[in-house]
Design a protein around this ligand. Structure first.
Ligand code: ZN
Length: 128
């Protein structure tokens, strides 16, 4: 199985969540390097504050595209986790490192195809 094939059958909502996770990581990095004084404005085409605002806008835009059930879970796990989406490899959730039977690793409440780990609440994608 190739990574491209994996992406092709990936739920659009899960894609959104992965993009959000990436944007949030970028936003955090930007804020941290700004605090550490590592951002030198002359190396940027726009200033870091504007870049941060752009990221915030994009994050809000993508959050608006989440299904209500997915968004509710996302907002529930966001405060406690850096990563909202984690892989499941060999049946083990990489959010909590608990073995989860993939047959039951569905989220019955949210009425979507996006799966969540019943143990830690993270959104999951199955890698094997
Ligand atoms: Zn888990």
């Amino acid at each position: 199985m190739t990574a491209a094939a994996d992406r092709a059958r990936m739920d659009p909502q899960l894609m959104l969540l992965l993009e959000l996770q990436d944007l949030r990581a970028q936003r955090k990095e930007l804020a941290e390097s700004e605090q550490a004084g590592q951002v030198e404005s002359e190396h940027f085409h726009i200033d870091p504050t504007a870049a941060g605002q752009e990221l915030d806008l994009k994050i809000a835009e993508l959050e608006g595209e989440l299904d209500p059930g997915v968004r509710a879970r996302y907002e529930r796990i966001l405060p406690s986790r850096d990563r909202v989406v984690v892989p499941v490899i060999n049946g083990v959730c990489y959010g909590c490192f608990v073995s989860i039977p993939t047959a039951t690793a569905g989220d019955q409440e949210s009425h979507t195809d996006v799966q969540g780990c019943e143990h830690c609440g993270s959104f999951i994608y199955i890698l094997g």
